[in-house]
Design a protein. Sequence first.
Length: 305
Amino acid sequence: MAEYEFVFVVDGISLDDHDSVDALTESLDAVVSSSHGVTRVTVAGAGPDAVTAARSLVERLHATAPTMRLVRLDRELVGVSDIADLTGRTRQNVTQWTRGQRRDGVLFPAPEATVGRSSVWLWSEVNAWLRGIGLDDGELRPTRAEATEIDWVLQTTRKVELALVRHADSPDVRRVSTLLAAHARTTREFIHYLVKNPRVRDARGRYTVLVCSPGNEAVDVFRRLESFDHPVVLATVTNRIHALVMVDGEGGSGTPTELVPGMTLRDWLGMIALSPESEFTVAADGAPTKTATISARSPMDLVGA
């Protein structure tokens, strides 16, 4: 088997996420870097071909850094100056190569694009051409066709594990639970939503989703949310599946709005829509004081129900 080098553009982590960076470095000997606001992970993987190696590597990357999303492969575009620096040759020498000098009858690769007035090339293709004259960097990289297939793999294989909690055993709740379980495997929009909200994960790394019917009592849902020891996603269905990340209130948005008996979850969602930054509370049982506050963040309509 051959070993290939991959440079993935990622999100969901940053250089300040020391736990994830350390885990990637120690487990996979990966290098995490950032430039112009783009985070990249450079890592090697072995396989009979680049696509097979990438498939295996993607699973290991997800297991090592669960909050990280692999967006695409970095195509690593290079210009004449870059090629000169990487090979130790002069710009004039490189320009001669690009203008048609043959290497064992093989023309220099065609440019990938033009930036300003300068041409740029795929480093993977240039490096393969340089291999014929002993000036490559010793690394194997995916071909253009393999990179395209790997990008497709990245868009279709990312899945997350849900901890689905049903607030009530009603047809609405069962139906939404089934749909969400499917979307966690196949719907990129929902997967990205969860990955970007890692705080809703439980101790096993599962994304906690409380599924309710819009007709459920708002106070009962509030108390159920209050029972979790971490933020959770609240999901229900109106004309679409609707999701909110419910977090402890921070006390910075004025007096919390009290939810009272008789209000439904649909009523509560309407209040949130009118005042997205509001915090909510309910009266403590048998006492005039209030319990903890809860506020909604990251609203999202997922898919047609």
